[in-house]
Write a protein that binds this ligand. Structure first.
Ligand code: AMP
Ligand code: ZN
Length: 482
């Protein structure tokens, strides 16, 4: 594989930087995880496909990976300002369940979706398991950096150098988006502890030096990142929305914890490199859980798409570009994946030859390595994979091992897929796959007997039930449920 050094775009410095591990031979990554008050939409899942591809790339570079994706099960309010209701408690009230049950249910659903997308197992700490550590952190920084008001303990952002540098890398309006909360000194100040209002009881609340209440959302990531990975760790990731408020606030807390150095030394932010994936958008605008069709991964499955078609769709775009979702785009990604799988199926019986190289694969491997090392250019890396698949008259075992190496980074699980897996078969189809296969076998027999009237009749019957028979289709789809 290419020896090209890994270069990544650091949102904090706004430049491409060479990745140099903090601890030799290791990579430690923290990715902001879901707030488990609802299902994740496929936009959220883009963030984890990106984080996973990054993790796989670090492993491919020979590094031992420790990768955390936290679970926010407390503390995230419905507004980015320290206002609004706690998302968990609100959903619990709506469903008549406990906040703990809500968290458990949606965490499990999230982990199922990660597995469906071939996201490698990660460490999933829950915020509620770290409340004691969050209180200890609060105590450590409170004197120099915080003030108390009626609603909680607030972090004064003017007490650290360079507050908001990360947000300014993109836009100047981060602070403008935050509404003022009574008693806050600066608009951008944020709660690190929210007191339970007098006379109220929350399902999730703890005693603290600042009264009964719950931690602020930003605090959990600072604390779990430091506890599990140590400061500074290598890379912190999240969606691009986090560049505005959540990560600047995490960084301010980390600076306070680290003795308050400025951000010219990246290590003071807690992580050496901050990376952000751009959004998956719908034509109508931003993806949302509350408006329009709720685009969950399960919906894609119900419509008959294999989940890895969605991973393919993500990989076709650069993670820093906006990606527009459409069903046609998803079908195109599925078709591309199917082409790849159909060639790979021919290698099913080949024994991979570890470490063997063949000159014929050198250009594809070089292209693949250079693309991935160039800030994860997966779009070009995919074409290198296709170049390698197109190499002919070569030892099949070597070919298989080359494809496996590339797939280890892309995570498509090519050798675990068959073309039948990639058939589009919606959940509400009127026919089962077995019935379609049986009808097609009858039709084939009719054609062999030159009984074209029967053959056409079977085709029409299938069409009436939404199945397109695709004669002579070079992709070998055989049939497709419309
Ligand atoms: P949340 O559960 O809202 O905290 O979001 C979980 C992750 O998904 C965060 O890293 C967000 O930045 C990211 N995210 C949210 N919406 C999108 C989107 N439409 N496209 C890509 N990433 C997103
Ligand atoms: Zn976070």
């Amino acid at each position: 594989m290419s020896e090209a050094p890994l270069k990544l775009f650091n949102s904090l410095t706004r430049s491409i930087e060479e990745f140099v591990p903090v601890h030799a031979g290791e990579a430690r990554v923290y990715s902001c995880g879901p707030t488990v008050y609802n299902y994740q939409h496929i936009g959220n899942m883009r963030a984890y496909v990106f984080a996973d591809t990054l993790g796989r790339t670090l492993q491919w570079k020979g590094l031992k990976l420790t990768h955390v994706i936290n679970i926010t099960d407390v503390g995230h309010l419905t507004s980015d300002a320290d206002e609004g209701e706690d998302k968990m408690e609100k959903m619990a009230a709506r469903q008549g369940k406990s906040a703990w049950d809500i968290a458990k249910f949606y965490q499990e659903d999230f982990e199922r979706d990660l597995a469906r997308l071939n996201v490698q197992p990660k460490i999933h700490p829950r915020a509620t398991e770290y409340v004691e550590e969050m209180i200890a952190w609060g105590k450590q920084v409170a004197d120099k950096h915080c003030y108390e008001c009626d609603t909680g303990l607030y972090f004064d952002v003017t007490t650290v150098e360079d507050y908001g540098r990360l947000a300014r890398a993109v836009t100047e309006d981060g602070e403008g988006r935050i509404d003022t909360v009574e008693g806050k000194r600066n608009a951008a100040d944020f709660a690190i502890w929210r007191k339970t209002p007098a006379g109220e009881t929350r399902q999730m609340e703890w005693d603290s030096p600042w009264g009964k209440g719950a931690p602020g959302w930003h605090l959990e990531c600072s604390v779990m990142g430091e506890k599990l990975l140590g400061f500074p760790f290598d890379i912190h990731t999240g969606g691009i929305d986090h560049r505005e408020i959540h990560h600047p606030n995490e960084i301010a807390q980390n600076q306070a914890f680290c003795g308050c150095g400025g951000l010219s030394d990246a290590a003071n932010s807690g992580a050496r490199i901050w990376m952000h994936n751009n959004f998956l958008v719908e034509r109508s605008g931003k993806m949302s859980k509350s408006s329009g069709e709720f685009l969950r991964l399960q919906l894609l499955l119900d419509k008959g798409f294999h989940p890895l078609a969605y991973r393919m769709m993500c990989l076709q775009a650069h993670y820093r570009s906006e990606l527009e979702f459409s069903w046609d785009g998803l079908l195109a990604a599925l078709t591309r994946l199917k082409r790849i799988v159909m060639i790979a199926e021919r290698l099913a019986d080949a024994e991979p030859v570890e470490g063997a190289v063949h000159q014929k694969f050198a250009p594809a491997l070089e292209k693949f390595g250079a693309a991935i090392s160039d800030d994860l250019n997966t779009a070009v890396a995919l074409t290198a994979l296709e170049d390698a698949l197109a190499v002919k008259k070569v030892d099949q075992g070597i070919k298989r091992s080359v494809i496996e190496q590339m797939d280890a980074v892309l995570g498509l699980g090519i050798f675990g897929l068959t073309r039948a897996d990639l058939r589009v078969a919606p959940k509400d189809a009127q026919l089962t796959e077995a019935e379609v296969d049986e009808a097609l076998a009858r039709r084939k027999a009719a054609r062999a007997e030159k009984d074209f009237a029967l053959s056409d009749k079977i085709r029409d019957e299938l069409a009436a039930k939404g199945v397109d028979v695709m004669d002579g289709d070079p992709l070998g789809w055989d049939w497709k449920l419309g």
